[in-house]
Design a protein around this ligand. Structure first.
Ligand code: A3P
Length: 297
């Protein structure tokens, strides 16, 4: 079983970031009421959907060069940064990011015209990635199996950041109501299979003029292998480290591994036939009114 009792708020099991442990409701309200700018960009993802990856791509697009970020994603991670005031002093455009569901995103964001990028990854691979993330972070005992994780957490009443289904369906609804074209959806699987086209689509959404060469360079710099090997350097040079001396993971026993395999379909190596059948039944029922096409392959 998990090594500690989960922190629960609004039906979601929360990661053990200090601001959430101290007062989750306060931080959620601060995020909801965050002062926004019209050129804010927020990357909103269910955990383990490729947040770090798309964040690097977005940063390169808005900076206009292919250097890895000096700030690291964690610096703009709304529920994890020690002091949300830091965000107020950042230059525009701010590449904010969060795992909070749509209903908790800053109210002002849509009022002021800020852009929202939502990344969707198929829930079987999300579950596998989340299992390994939590295992490597020391959140479970080593003998806690994937099937046990699914039974107790993923299918359970409170999963990390709530149910995947609720999360994607809330965003689907928001996308249907998005009259001003402020919400962009990208599928992890499309990005993986067709990174050039998806990056071009992202550039267009962000109103960035990008040459084919620039797009190709971004895709190359943000490949799984390149990001994996750059990860340590990115973290080491992080100004977050210098400013606050800590990262959001400091309350954890170990640092989770963010770049594990980066593939589509690793779920096939983890799901038993019975577990898969159970998953498919739940999926079908939960998604019966959804028009989203989720790619499992
Ligand atoms: P795996 O655990 O399946 O390897 P997040 O950043 O939201 O925590 O998501 C992490 C997942 O995205 C990990 O999945 C990681 O390997 C994958 N990922 C990160 N960069 C990637 C890239 N450039 N290409 C493909 N997958 C990537």
């Amino acid at each position: 079983p998990p090594v500690r009792k989960p922190l629960i708020f609004d039906g979601m099991a929360l990661p053990p970031f200090l601001p959430l442990r101290e007062n989750a409701e306060k931080r959620f309200m601060e995020i909801r009421n965050l002062e926004c700018r019209k050129d804010d960009i927020i990357l909103a993802t269910y955990p383990k959907s490729g947040t770090h990856w798309i964040w690097e791509v977005v940063c390169m697009l808005i900076k206009g060069n292919t250097e890895y970020t000096k700030e690291t994603k964690e610096f703009f991670f709304l529920e994890a940064i020690p002091d949300l005031d830091v965000v107020h002093n950042l230059p525009s455009p701010r590449p904010l990011n969060t795992h909070l569901p749509y209903r908790w995103l800053p109210k002002q964001l849509t009022e002021k015209g800020g852009k929202i990028i939502n990344v969707i990854r198929n829930p079987k691979d999300v579950a596998v990635s989340m299992y390994h993330h939590l295992l490597s972070a020391g959140e479970f005992n080593k003998d806690f199996t994937f099937t046990q994780f699914m039974e107790t957490l993923f299918f359970g009443p409170v999963c990390t950041m709530g149910s995947w289904y609720d999360y994607v369906k809330e965003f689907e609804q928001a996308a249907e109501n998005d009259r001003h074209g402020l919400l962009f959806t990208v599928h992890f699987e499309n990005m993986k299979k067709n990174p050039i086209d998806e990056t071009k689509r992202l550039a267009k959404f962000l109103n960035v003029e990008a040459s084919d060469k620039f797009i190709e360079d971004i895709v190359e710099k943000c490949s799984f292998e390149n990001l994996k090997s750059a990860d340590k350097t990115i973290k080491d040079q992080s100004i977050m480290k210098k400013i606050v001396g800590i990262g959001p993971e400091h309350t954890r026993k170990n640092k989770p591994n963010m770049y594990r395999k980066g593939v589509i379909g690793d779920w096939k190596n983890h799901f038993t036939v019975t577990l898969n059948e159970r998953f498919d039944r739940i999926f079908e029922d939960e998604m019966k009114n959804s028009k989203l096409h989720i790619h499992f392959e």
